[in-house]
Ligand binder design. Structure first.
Ligand code: R5P
Length: 147
């Protein structure tokens, strides 16, 4: 599985740490679309880069990080085909995969500690979508963009 990861200046250190966590997985490759320095950037630009990699099929999933995770998750969810889940703990990270088939995990670098973030990422990359009644609901979510 290929995962694209990106952040703004509010989550640069968290992004670099998560890349170390993802390196534990031999079956995961990671593409980092920035930002790479502490200079201020606009998180919607990073969201677009992350989502373009997913909608083009270059990456299967994404991890999107900003100060709170709020802005970048809002931006990601403007892109058709993206289901970005702003998660705050292992439970929500797990549910975002099992029930929502989230293809982007969003977190806040000024909100989540490194330890919890590592556990959330390990769970999120491993969990599968459960389908069934959840597929019906996810299908309805995705159909909203066509209305
Ligand atoms: O939802 C937005 C994010 O939390 C941004 O990371 C935040 O607004 C950036 O703030 P600043 O420009 O003060 O670093």
């Amino acid at each position: 599985m290929k995962i694209v990861i990106g952040c703004d200046q509010g989550a640069l250190e968290l992004k670099n740490y998560i890349k170390e966590v993802l390196a534990e997985f031999t079956d995961i490759t990671v593409e980092d679309v920035g930002t790479y320095t502490a200079d201020s950037v606009d998180y919607p630009d990073i969201a677009e880069k992350i989502c373009a990699k997913i909608t083009s099929g270059e990456a299967e999933r994404g991890i999107a990080l900003c100060g709170t995770g709020i802005g970048i998750s809002i931006a990601c969810n403007k892109v058709d085909g993206i289901r970005a889940a702003l998660c705050h703990n292992v439970f929500t990270a797990r549910m975002s995969r099992q029930h929502n088939d989230a293809n982007v995990l969003a977190m806040g670098g000024r909100d989540i500690g490194f330890g919890p973030a590592a556990e959330m990422v390990r769970v999120w990359v491993a969990e599968e979508f459960l389908g069934g009644r959840h597929k019906r609901r996810v299908d309805k979510i995705m159909a909203i963009a066509d209305k």
